[in-house]
Design a protein around this ligand. Structure first.
Ligand code: FMN
Length: 212
């Protein structure tokens, strides 16, 4: 049940550009659901896939790297009506727009974020389009959300998260919440996606808010 005034999310979010990177940690579904939520909300979305990210997408979600990622997104229920078609990049496209500070966006998310990509971000090691774009987001003081997936975390992981936080990143682990009684895996995943959307400042109606 929705409460409060009816808000036209499309018109509020339509001038927002968000970069979503999917690295090779488990939990590709979090990245895919975020892309869906951003597109449904009227955002322009740039997607970056790491090589390992594609392998995990294939393993966990049946993505076929020989076919277009857009076709895969449509199969996952992402509606591509022609006006908000996301732009897809691969990790070696180091000259793509997000690699430069002169390309203005309104936030970047690495979801899921592997411990390898986390360590590169924490040390400013921009060896591919994901890690370079993260480095640029931090130096330009833009919102950077990292969704690290590993368990348990070792000392090096924890120190890297502290370092990335000190540099301005938000560490948002994919810890779903249960107080809204999610009934499906998608509902559970969306409890995390909603928090990411909040950090990006994107108006959305994913799930009930406590106290609403
Ligand atoms: C099925 C699968 C699941 C994985 N899950 C994780 C994980 O949850 N966290 C992690 O840090 N690495 C995970 N890895 C290992 C990363 O894919 C590997 O470290 C890779 O080098 C990360 O590269 P990237 O950060 O450039 O995507 C997984 C690998 C596979 C094949």
């Amino acid at each position: 049940m929705k409460t409060g005034p009816i808000i036209n999310q499309d018109s509020i979010n339509q001038d927002k550009t968000i970069v979503v990177a999917i690295s090779g940690a488990s939990g590709s579904i979090y990245g895919v659901r975020l892309i869906k939520a951003l597109i449904d909300s009227g955002c322009r979305v740039l997607i970056i896939l790491s090589n390992a990210g594609q392998k995990v997408l294939a393993h966990e979600m049946g993505y076929d790297p020989k076919k277009s990622f857009l076709i895969f997104l449509e199969k996952q229920g992402v509606s591509l009506d022609g006006t908000m078609v996301p732009e897809i990049f691969f990790q070696d496209e180091i000259a793509a727009a997000p690699a430069s500070g002169s390309f203005v966006h309104h936030g970047m998310v690495v979801v899921p974020c592997s411990m390898k990509t986390l360590s590169a971000v924490a040390s400013g090691y921009g060896d591919n389009l994901i890690t370079r774009s993260c480095d640029v987001s931090l130096k330009e003081k833009r919102c950077l959300v990292l969704v690290p997936r590993e368990t348990p975390f070792g000392l090096i992981h924890l120190e890297n998260m502290t370092r990335a936080t000190r540099a301005g990143a938000v560490i948002l682990p994919p810890n779903p919440s249960f107080y809204t009684f999610p009934a499906t895996i998608e509902d559970l995943v969306d409890t995390v996606v909603a928090r990411i959307m909040d950090h990006l400042g994107i108006v959305h109606d994913l799930g009930m808010r406590w106290g609403s």
